[in-house]
Write a protein of this length. Structure first.
Length: 368
């Protein structure tokens, strides 16, 4: 009798442990991540913690192949690192340029999340106007990594932006999204949950910074770094009236060849950034002329929406409105619109089903 009771207890205990382990394993694998891979920043949403991580897309290498730092810590060393430390940017012009480095960086950032476990699902925002090879690289980045993803689904970044803005993407006749990012500007025309037109311009915050540094060099014979140019772009209200403001910067005097400081006027910075931005304004006007009439009328009535890091520049929406003749809107933290859109898509079953797709789907392969 005692032995029989022991067998029942042992079987019950064993069954309980199996059920507990299965429940724990299922819970570990039920997490979903939303990833927006920008040229300069990587944004990751974790469903379990309901938090968003925003880190620089940067890696610091020692001796060409040893990881010294990554993310914000690596970017803080940019233009300051000793000669034996190389600072790398795995993304270029909105696509993956250094696959292995990007895979290491993504894996490292995922592991900073205490909820991380292998076998999670992933939803990735990608630009539309890229080659199939470039688009598949986003898919492979996660699917063939140590994350051992359960599934990887794709969302067009323009759609993710629109959802993140809180727009009714499934029912609106016409939506125009202009994502001014760090390395690119992506223009998207949307209608009733689909992409009508899309164009990726190789103009972004980095382009503006290079233009500022170039104009300072030509006009003042003074050399400044990328970080200094970025600071001038962000700190100056270049799209607002007034030209009296000036800021002191440090760099190298090209005449004497020695480190020095100088005053840079806002008028110089304004002139530098407006030339590349005028190309973007012209691209917006050109895309509108090629948009189907009913969609264009809806956009002209509603206006256009700005997202991406550059959209946060003070006075930029007003400037772009003057150049395009349209109402222009943006939101606080415009660089987070796409990842917030992924968050909503992950949490909404209808959005998840209709706005995301797998590159393994038969329908996707047939359409391509």
């Amino acid at each position: 009798m005692g032995s029989y009771r022991y067998e029942i207890l042992r079987e019950t205990t064993t069954d309980s442990l199996i059920m507990e382990n299965n429940t724990r394993e299922k819970k570990m694998n039920s997490n979903v991540y939303g990833i927006d891979l920008g040229t300069c920043n990587m944004k990751i949403y974790c469903k379990t913690s309901n938090k968003i991580l925003n880190e620089k897309n940067t890696i610091a290498l020692v001796k060409k192949d040893q990881i010294y730092a990554y993310g914000d810590a690596a970017y803080a060393m940019y233009e300051k690192a000793p000669e034996n430390v190389e600072i790398l940017f795995p993304m270029k012009n909105g696509v993956i340029a250094r696959f292995d480095d990007m895979q290491y960086l993504l894996g490292s950032l995922l592991k900073t999340d205490h909820q991380f476990a292998r076998g999670a699902e992933y939803v990735i925002a990608v630009p539309t106007d890229v080659t199939e090879v470039e688009k598949k690289a986003f898919y492979d980045l996660v699917m063939h990594s140590e994350a051992k993803a359960k599934s990887v689904r794709i969302v067009e970044r323009g759609l993710a932006d629109a959802v993140g803005l809180g727009l009714d993407v499934m029912n609106e006749t016409g939506i125009f999204i202009a994502n001014f990012g760090g390395g690119t500007t992506e223009l998207s025309v949307l209608s009733r949950g689909g992409m009508v037109m899309n164009r990726l311009l190789k103009t972004g915050g980095e382009t503006l910074d290079a233009a500022i540094a170039g104009r300072v060099r030509r006009n003042r014979e003074f050399l400044i770094g990328k970080s200094t140019a970025e600071r001038l772009r962000k700190e100056f209200a270049v799209f607002e009236d007034g030209t009296a403001d000036a800021k002191r910067v440090y760099g190298r005097d090209l005449t004497s060849g020695v480190p020095a400081h100088t005053e840079i006027q806002i008028s110089l910075v304004r002139a530098a950034v407006k030339e590349p931005l005028e190309e973007c304004a012209e691209a917006i006007r050109s895309m509108l002329t090629r948009t189907p009439p009913d969609v264009r009328r809806a956009i002209e009535a509603r206006g256009i929406y700005l997202t991406g890091g550059v959209a946060g520049l003070k006075g930029f929406p007003t400037y772009l409105g003057e150049r395009t003749g349209l109402k222009v809107f943006t939101v606080p933290d415009p660089e987070l619109c796409a990842v917030k859109g992924l968050q909503k898509i992950i949490l909404d079953k209808e959005y998840y089903k209709k706005l995301s797709y797998s590159m393994l789907d038969q329908n996707y392969r047939w359409l391509r």
